[in-house]
Design a protein around this ligand. Structure first.
Ligand SMILES: Nc1nc2c(ncn2[C@@H]2O[C@H](COP(=O)(O)OP(=O)(O)OP(=O)(O)O)[C@@H](O)[C@H]2O)c(=O)[nH]1
Ligand SMILES: [Mg+2]
Length: 586
């Protein structure tokens, strides 16, 4: 009899009958289970579920925010030992000191682009314990947390529920429910190492009591200094620039070159002192040593401001992701599908421009950027039909066809030579009306656009009234941050290929009239920060039409903005200074 026989099967999550209306057709033994269509349907449903989940998070879980709790390494314990040697019956105390715990640093680097690889809890390496014959323990190695350029690091203040406990609070918590005597005993255990069987007698001796008093006094001082530092100069770093790794030109000849470690965020605990430290005229054989101190504990909020030059703003399904893929020659992998909220996180891509205005990927004739699911399907079919089996390698192609050796339609390698300018563009999730009230995916992702040099509106020209979209987008930008819409420089009217019907004169005239109406609307209602008109460019992202013009315009915006930045550098948000080490106990 099954163990759960007495309970209804549903109690155990089992169903005696299949659910009445299942979304997917149940595979029957006669039918082959996973046909191609089933697989694609399942794939589609999986994607949709993921979107729904993200939507329900109400914009709270973009991967540009992270809270990490960091501990410096704890110090190693001091050692209690006495020197032993033949014919020397009472050797001197010889316990080594413990090693210092490893410090934790934070360093901006261009080699990382997201915060996804950073663990939520970070521990510095502990120092090793001291040993007999005056052997000191090894110091813990420093730990460097590498974060992308454009990360803002803030210390979470006391009283915030997201902050984890500091070392003293954690100790206090472990004493819960103990009376005063037990507390004192536990505190001593955490701080002292005794020679075997001398624990009881040590604590009655005056020399130990004096040492204990001194230790607590040091600890109070350290704790005070730490709280003061938290109040007066909380960690607040704006890591925009890569760290300078070169040696100063003024460095004296032969000076050691130290690898930069970044900014100190949590220092490791000091190592414990060995018993020779407590040697005095009154106590010739100290039988105690101190344990290592715990490392500093700190909670940091990391926030990534993606530093893209141009940010896309548009309604869901306007074709932002398709445009990103088209402008980067398919290198930026942003998902494209025909339902709203396909893109859940901002995605950044690089546009590489040659001297003649062409851009990498744009010169590939006949390339279609379709829905990613369709492209995957086509790829799978090509693979299964064996089309790739006899494909020539790049070198073979170049050898056989002399003319292909300097081809311009192959991205990457050749563009390394041709490229004269590059800028980054960011694809964003869709904005809809009332995003500011957290409808849809909310608008919190716009934080990563705060610093972009220009914004581009993407609208769907095939929609009945694309001009209405523009007003909504502008309002949402303003609701996010007053004056943000002044950064917009261009209106990209996408999906122009859908207009014009079969090319008959009337349909083409209609399409032209619609475009003209959009242009008139933009001229009348939308101005840039400098009081200029926004450019309006009809394009087809899917078929890469008219994109060279878009790239040319974007290039001028970026260049203008960069020149302006050089003329008037922005005010530094925060003073970025490495934090000094905590004072050493005397
Ligand atoms: N005909 C045509 N279809 C396009 C064009 N650009 C995009 N599409 C289609 O429009 C649909 C939506 O495209 P996406 O790029 O996913 O749109 P999006 O703005 O990124 O949408 P979200 O990520 O949901 O905000 C897809 O089915 C695309 O194939 C275009 O220029 N012409
Ligand atoms: Mg998208």
């Amino acid at each position: 009899m099954p163990r759960f026989g007495l309970l209804p099967a549903s109690r155990w999550g089992l169903r005696s009958t299949p659910p009445a209306a299942s979304v997917l057709p149940a595979p029957s033994p006669e039918q082959p289970a996973a046909s191609e269509e089933d697989a694609s349907l399942r794939d589609r449903l999986r994607r949709r579920r993921r979107t729904e989940w993200k939507r329900k998070q109400r914009g709270q879980t973009f991967l540009d925010n992270l809270i990490v709790s960091i501990r410096g390494g704890s110090g190693g314990d001091g050692c209690v030992a006495f020197h032993r040697e033949k014919f020397k019956p009472f050797g001197p105390p010889s316990g080594g000191n413990g090693g210092r715990g490893g410090d934790v640093y934070i360093m901006p680097t261009p080699h990382v682009t997201t915060l996804s690889a950073i663990p939520k809890r970070i521990r510095g390496e502990p120092g090793a314990n001291g040993q007999g014959t005056w052997q000191n323990g090894k110091n813990g190695e420093p730990l460097i947390i590498r974060v992308p350029l454009g990360t803002i690091v803030r210390e979470i203040a006391r009283g915030d529920s997201r902050r984890s406990k500091d070392e003293w609070e954690a100790e206090e918590e472990s004493f819960e429910g103990l009376n005063t005597g037990e507390r004192l005993e536990k505190m001593r255990d955490n701080r002292w190492v005794h020679y075997p069987r001398f624990g009881e007698t040590n604590i009655t001796r005056d020399s130990f009591k004096a040492a204990e008093q001194a230790l607590y006094a040091q600890e109070r001082e350290r704790r005070f200094a730490r709280r003061q530092r938290e109040l007066e100069e909380p960690i607040n770093l704006d890591l925009d620039k890569e760290m300078d790794t070169s040696k100063s030109v003024d460095a004296p000849l032969g000076a050691r070159h130290r690898e930069p470690r970044g900014f100190l965020v949590a220092s490791g605990g000091l190592g414990g002192l060995g018993n020779p430290h407590f040697l005095s005229q009154l106590n010739r054989a100290p039988k105690f040593a101190t344990r290592g101190q715990p490392g500093e504990r700190i909670t940091l909020a990391l926030e990534l401001k993606i530093l893209s030059d141009v940010g896309f703003v548009g309604m869901p399904n306007a074709g932002k992701s398709t445009l990103l893929r088209a402008l980067t020659g398919g290198r930026a992998k942003s998902e494209v599908a025909s339902y709203a909220f396909t893109t859940l996180n901002p995605v950044v891509g690089i546009v590489r421009v040659a001297s003649d205005g062409t851009f990498e990927g744009g010169v590939k004739a006949g390339q279609v950027h379709d829905d990613t699911i369709v492209e995957e399907q086509q790829e799978r079919e090509r693979m299964q039909s064996g089309e790739y089996a006899n494909a020539l390698t790049r070198n073979q192609t170049a050898e056989r066809h002399e003319s292909l050796r300097v081809d311009t339609d192959r991205g990457g390698y050749h563009f390394d030579l041709a490229e004269t300018f590059r800028f980054t563009i960011a694809d964003n999730p869709g904005l809809i009306s009332d995003s500011s009230e957290n409808v849809g995916l909310g608008h919190s992702f716009l934080r990563s656009m705060e610093r972009s040099l220009a914004l581009a509106y993407i609208v769907d020209l095939s929609a009945p009234a694309p001009w209405d979209e523009l007003l909504v987008l502008r309002d949402e930008l303003e609701k996010y941050q007053l004056g943000m819409s002044r950064k917009a420089r261009i209106v990209i009217a996408n999906k122009a290929d859908l207009l014009g019907g079969d090319g008959d004169a009337a349909a083409v005239a209609d399409a032209k009239a619609k475009l003209r109406r959009l242009e008139e609307f933009v001229a009348a209602q939308m101005l840039t920060g400098d009081g200029l008109r926004l450019d309006v460019v009809p394009v087809s992202a899917k078929f890469s039409q008219n994109l060279t013009r878009v790239v040319g315009l974007m290039r001028t915006y970026v260049q203008d903005a960069r020149d302006r930045l050089v003329e008037q550098p922005p005010k530094e948000l925060d003073v970025v200074l490495p934090r000094p080490l905590l004072p050493e106990p005397r």
